[in-house]
Design a protein around this ligand. Structure first.
Ligand SMILES: [Zn+2]
Length: 426
């Protein structure tokens, strides 16, 4: 098992330096294999492809594009491969950044491959195998920390060196986090931009000094302005990475900062405008096909993010394709009436698990009142509303909130914003 992870990692370490032609050949083989697998073993794809008269081995461009809305309407049993018993697999949820949560099933082997990909990018960005890596990840507000830790320990880093990777629960109390950083002294901090902004505020107001050798961001849009603030404050470099629960680790920022390298051994990425390929340098919607997730394949799946393909050779010498400027996951921090921030990913993770909640959006008005718009599944309206109310009480203590059922979710120009706050924070 551990041997498999190391084997994947060593193979990925080699293949990132292959030239573009060789990488495309490897990708084409994997692509044909996953399409054929989906057609033969996954009810959703079989029905979809048969209904438009496709045969067993179509070309990728012939396949229909899939959106989150289409997938959300399909029961999980039809999205997983024949013979998969979901209870025996790893279950996770999308971060709900589109406001449309989705249950994701994968097996251990797929999770290990994903971890090998993550490790490759961390090392490329400057982490060392001996580094202590502190990962701050969102957990639903009502989840016990212990449950989260056990899940983490099962994963690759946990097997390799339990003490080297420490998951920390996300809590609004920054003092506990700062105490841990000072005591444990991790060299690498992996978290999301809104967390770092909050950490900087706390350090400034409490005159705390923290140092990290490398900071890695994920999960939300990293603007150049935010990057500058973080780098200046911590006097270190910040590198971004890009992934999604449905398809795993997708791309990571090259240390040369030219763009993000796409893990082309793991995903096939298309950038499309109105369904046709965008030219290099032109913005388009990002569609991804998973090349190693056989349990629950995603084929030509719209992530809801905007990107730009670069045709340039990267000065680092890697053959992995480059993309630039990923727009997505634009979220705001909700502020409770007592001034305590509620991290956007905590809100997303807490609401996304509600069975029967089809879509949601949280808008905080400038007077602190929080409006929670929900679209429950038919027949589950009352149960969903009750559960949303229960979780909002946990998320937003001391702050008024109103729950409204709606069918109208307007998309913004660039991207749907699931969490918006109009409260001005000084
Ligand atoms: Zn590069």
């Amino acid at each position: 098992m551990l041997f498999d992870v190391i084997r994947h990692f060593l193979s990925l370490q080699r293949s990132q330096w292959f030239d573009k032609k060789k990488l495309s050949q490897i990708q084409a083989k994997k692509l044909a294999s996953i399409i054929s697998h989906a057609y033969n073993n996954v009810a959703f794809y079989r029905e979809l492809y048969s209904s438009i008269g496709l045969n067993n081995s179509p070309r990728i461009e012939e396949l229909p594009l899939i959106t989150k809305e289409i997938i959300r309407a399909v029961p999980t049993e039809k999205l997983v491969s024949r013979g998969v018993i979901t209870e025996e697999h790893q279950v996770s949820y999308t971060s709900g950044s589109s406001g449309m949560p989705l249950k994701i099933i994968k097996n251990d082997r797929e999770a290990w491959y994903s971890d090998a990909l993550r490790l490759r990018s961390l090392l490329a960005q400057g982490a060392k195998l001996t580094d202590k890596i502190c990962t701050i990840r969102p957990v639903p507000i009502d989840k016990d920390f212990q449950i989260y830790r056990v899940t983490e320990k099962r994963r690759f880093y946990g097997f390799l060196k339990t003490s080297r990777v420490r998951p920390v629960p996300l809590s609004p109390d920054m003092r506990k986090h700062v105490e841990l950083f000072k005591m444990w002294r991790p060299q690498v901090l992996s978290t999301f931009p809104s967390y770092l902004v909050r950490l900087i505020d706390f350090c400034r107001s409490s005159e705390t000094h923290l140092t990290f050798r490398m900071i890695r961001t994920q999960g939300e849009l990293l603007t150049e302005q935010t990057r500058k603030i973080i780098e200046e404050f911590f006097q270190t470099r910040v590198f971004d990475s890009f992934g999604a629960a449905e398809v795993g680790h997708i791309a990571w920022e090259c240390p040369t900062r030219v763009g993000y390298h796409v893990n082309s051994e793991a995903v096939f990425m298309e950038v499309l405008r109105d369904g046709t390929p965008a030219s290099p340098g032109e913005e388009g919607e990002i569609y991804v096909t998973t090349l190693y997730r056989y349990t629950m394949p995603f084929i030509r799946y719209n992530l809801g993010d905007i990107g730009v393909i670069l045709n340039d050779e990267c000065p680092c010498g890697r053959g992995l394709p480059l993309i630039s400027r990923i727009y997505g996951r634009v979220v705001d921090i909700i502020v409770r009436r007592d001034g305590v921030p509620v991290f956007p990913l905590t809100v997303l993770y807490t609401l996304q698990e509600i069975e029967g909640l089809h879509r949601f959006r949280v808008i905080q008005r400038s007077d602190y009142v929080i409006e929670v718009y929900i679209k429950p599944r038919q027949g589950l309206e009352d149960a969903v509303a009750t559960e949303v109310e229960k979780r909002c009480r946990l998320l937003f203590p001391n702050t008024p909130f109103i729950i409204k059922t709606t069918d109208q979710f307007q998309d913004d120009k660039i991207k749907f914003r699931p969490i918006v706050s109009y409260v001005k924070v000084s």
